[in-house]
Design a protein around this ligand. Structure first.
Ligand code: T68
Length: 813
């Protein structure tokens, strides 16, 4: 590289290497054939689908190397600050199509692959989903990686290379969720580079010896953390960052002495034990109690990342007091909260820094993102467990707690309380910025979970409303809509999504609306074909596609939706000629394996679907489908084909939501509560283009003060009462009156998530939806307005916010 003359920093290379020149399909074809032969060891005649997919992956990966190296060198040359995004989850899905799109090879790849006798779409579909996450939190991390690379923000994502990602879901047992292990790494992972040189020994347990100001921790067990790097290329290949995932291995892979004695099981034991740490993604959403393995996983990847960060810093700088000007570490929820104590430990015990200075230094590097208000979902670890697994860290936590208490004697906040270590408090105290993920959520964070700490540290809490990457969620998932956008407002909206407002004048034009409607209709026909192929259910593509896809949780209220479905079915049966708006209700999502109530709701939905879909009298106007194993790829299929987006959580419970944004951008109307980012969506699209219902967050709090709020609501609503009674009478369980006892009793009794109290309001809003559907052209107008006005929800905007408010980093491109 030659140093350029860019006014900005002088690092920008003026010479563009051959690799960045546009590639044609002939060149790409050569590259694919080369990889078929030399990487896969096959000739074209014998190449399987897998061989072709891998050869294409490697050919595309070659094109990502140049921006990747360029970005790394530029960051190094400019001595730029880097972001380290620490996350237990990166729900990246498939990578091939995204990378092809970002390096501008879509047409060339299509042509080259077809020319070699393979169907391009089939090749793309052969890639397994990297399901290294549960839901929103993990998908947000993946969107952030894309945006950081697009914006030229020097960054590393750090996480765990789970051998088995999130479980695979089926409904094999009469509509009950059945979980099996996901095996995405059974085939070679074409994107990653193994880095044996970047390995760290991570210890657990043992003892601590005082040594003057510092301490010496001698762990009892240890595993090896080995790095695997995946380049993440941004839009138009201008920049690429690294996703570095840690795999766990035994320090000594194999006990040869045991083997030689014939004890083969004992011989393999050390390896098996070590590997459990990166074996599975903890199949938890928000309610399950933590386990020792999870704490070890959290420490494992956090400690390896901190060591890697310090190694990189020390290679370039000699004075650790400069760490905060070079390093911004973001903790994605509390899962990496041990980063604070671990960084302090490294600075004090390994570099001899004074304790208070080390705490200040660590704090100046750390940021913490909160994703939940539910106190039960904020991690707490038993003090006993923490002291046993991480004895030195427990000492450091206690000392941080003491000095914080000393500095604020009048306030009653502590990290360690009633024998538990509260990771939310630890994260807050160790971070220089704490952020919520939507405007409403951030206000509630200030007023509820962290009210005391907010009073002590005013200004520390900031808001960064979530966003989604338009490259994957519009350009990749909805190519037809993308073409219409480009035809209407010109090229270049993909990394300047605020430009979608330029669509607005066109919406007045009937021709534009017809095109918009036709795109939706075609996407729906594609989805209907897939549903028919995959599930054997014929759905009417002209019906309204009403979609609720997300993790199953009581606060997300899939049961409110299914109760309304039952009531609607009854109403249609009673009044078949009333001109009902035809609907296909689509559900998708997994429940945490230990979450009994969520699994009961899944089971009920499948049984309601079975009964309703068998009713020939209502078949034309109401169908319920619930395809199993919802994942990123399925979301890419469903969202562009949706008319109605269900965002119906109990107000005050959904921190933000990000699916809600994807739907609006793709021209679906929302039926929703004033919760999370729904509030901001409604503000942007206008209340007349949003179907609002339900209590506000403060009304919910008030409502709960009336202990019989559910009973009253049921009494006041014949429809709701009848729907619950049908379930109780066994209408969906072959006459079994006990099957959904847990669910119906909960609704009639406690109903913490105010399903009953919100039911009538939801019903009414659904009927407003029906009425609106009756005027198709006006529906299209509202849908197009949703697209035009929601460009603000690009994750590029979110990342720009983090860069300015939290990380204090300027972009490199
Ligand atoms: C989600 N949280 C929020 N948590 O529910 C959602 N939790 O409102 C928000 O849009 C999204 O984060 C992004 O900010 C989660 O997804 C988890 O998945 C999770 C996993 C393990 C433990 C706790």
């Amino acid at each position: 590289f030659e140093k350029g003359t860019s006014a900005q920093s002088g690092w920008y290379p003026t010479k563009i290497s051959k690799e960045t020149l546009p590639m044609d399909s002939t060149e790409l074809r050569q590259s694919i054939l080369k990889h078929l032969e030399f990487s896969m060891g096959k000739d074209l005649v014998h190449a399987s689908l897998y061989d072709m997919r891998m050869a294409l992956t490697l050919a595309v990966r070659d094109r990502v190397i140049e921006p990747w190296f360029r970005a790394t060198r530029a960051t190094y040359a400019a001595q730029s600050k880097r972001v380290y995004y620490l996350s237990m989850e990166f729900l990246i899905g498939r990578l091939l199509e995204d990378a092809i799109m970002n390096v501008g090879l879509t047409e060339a790849a299509h042509e080259a692959v077809a020319g070699l006798g393979f169907d391009f779409e089939t090749v793309l579909a052969d890639e397994p989903d990297a399901a290294l996450g549960n839901g929103g939190l993990g998908r947000l991390a993946a969107c952030f990686l894309d945006s950081m690379s697009t914006l030229g923000c020097p960054a590393y994502g750090y996480g765990i290379r789970y051998e088995h990602g999130l479980f695979r879901q089926s409904f094999a047992q009469d509509g009950r969720q059945v979980e099996t292990a996901e095996d995405w790494l059974r085939q070679a992972h074409g994107w990653e580079f193994e880095r044996p040189e970047a390995s760290f020994r991570i210890g657990f347990g043992g003892s601590v010896a005082e040594n003057g100001r510092t301490a010496i921790w001698t762990p009892e067990d240890a595993v090896l953390a080995k790095a695997y790097d995946t380049p993440i290329v941004g839009w138009q290949g201008k920049w690429a960052n690294t996703l570095r995932l840690w795999g766990a291995e035994a320090l000594t892979a194999f006990d040869l002495a045991a083997f030689n004695k014939g004890d083969f099981t004992a011989a393999a034991a050390p390896e098996a034990l070590a590997r459990t740490i990166s074996r599975v993604l903890y199949p938890d959403d928000t309610t399950e109690q933590g386990k020792e393995l999870r704490l070890k996983q959290e420490f494992f990847f956090t400690a390896a990342s901190i060591r890697d960060i310090l190694r990189r810093f020390n290679a370039e700088h000699s004075d650790l007091s400069g760490l905060p000007s070079r390093v911004a570490i973001q903790m994605n929820d509390t899962h990496p909260a041990i980063a604070g104590p671990e960084l302090v430990r490294a600075l004090v015990d390994e570099s001899g820094m004074e304790f208070d200075t080390a705490v200040e230094t660590a704090r100046a590097c750390l940021g913490y993102t909160n994703h939940t208000l539910m106190p039960e979902a904020l991690e707490r670890w038993p003090e006993e467990l923490m002291s046993r697994v991480l004895p030195r860290h427990m000492q450091i936590i206690e000392r941080i707690d003491e000095s914080h208490a000393k500095a604020h004697p009048k306030r009653n906040v502590s990290i360690v309380e009633n024998g538990e270590v509260k990771m939310g408090e630890l994260s807050f105290i160790m971070a220089n910025k704490v952020n919520g993920v939507s405007a409403l959520h951030t206000e509630l964070v200030k007023d509820t979970v962290f009210a005391e700490l907010n009073a002590l540290h005013p200004g520390r809490i900031v808001n960064e409303t979530n966003g989604v990457t338009p490259r994957r969620w519009i350009k990749g998932a909805n190519p037809r809509l993308s073409s219409l956008i480009t035809d209407t407002i010109g090229a270049g909206w993909e990394d300047r999504l605020e430009r979608l407002v330029e669509l607005e004048p066109a919406i007045a034009d009937k021709g534009f609306r017809n095109q918009f409607a036709e795109i939706k209709a075609r996407n729906k026909r594609d989805l209907a074909d897939w549903i028919e192929r995959d599930m054997g259910i014929a759905v009417n593509p002209a019906a309204m596609f009403d979609v609720q896809i997300k993790r199953f949780h009581e606060y997300k209220r899939q049961h409110l939706n299914i109760l309304e479905t039952i009531a609607l079915w009854q109403e249609i049966r009673a009044n078949p000629g009333a001109g009902w708006a035809p609907r296909v209700k689509i559900f998708g999502g997994k429940a945490a394996p230990g979450y009994v109530m969520a699994k009961e709701i899944i089971h009920l939905i499948n049984n309601v679907a079975r009964v309703i879909n068998a009713d020939t009298t209502t078949r034309d106007v109401l169908t319920v489908v619930y395809p199993p194993n919802y994942n990123v790829t399925m979301a890419e299929r469903l969202i562009p084909a949706s008319d109605l987006s269900e965002q119906i959580s109990t107000a005050g419970k959904e921190a933000s939501g990000t699916g809600n944004m994807k739907f609006s951008l793709n021209g679906a109307l929302t039926i929703g509560t004033l919760d999370g980012a729904n509030v901001e969506i409604r503000d942007l699209v206008g209340p007349e283009n949003f179907f609002l219902f339900g209590m506000t967050a403060s009304e919910v709090v008030e409502c709960r003060k009336t202990p019989d709020h559910a009973a009253r609501a049921i009494k006041a609503s014949n429809r709701l009462g009848a729907a619950i009674e049908m379930i109780e009478a066994g209408a969906f369980s072959n006459g079994d009156t006990e099957m959904y006892h847990g669910l119906t009793q909960n609704l009639r009794g406690h109903d913490y998530f105010t399903v009953c109290a919100d039911f009538d309001s939801y019903w009414d809003a659904q009927r407003r939806v029906d009425a609106a559907w009756g005027d198709q052209d006006n529906w299209t107008r509202m849908a197009a307005i949703n697209t035009a006005r929601t460009g603000w929800f690009s994750s590029d905007r979110t990342i720009q916010g983090y860069m300015a408010d939290v990380w204090k980093i300027t972009p490199m491109i």
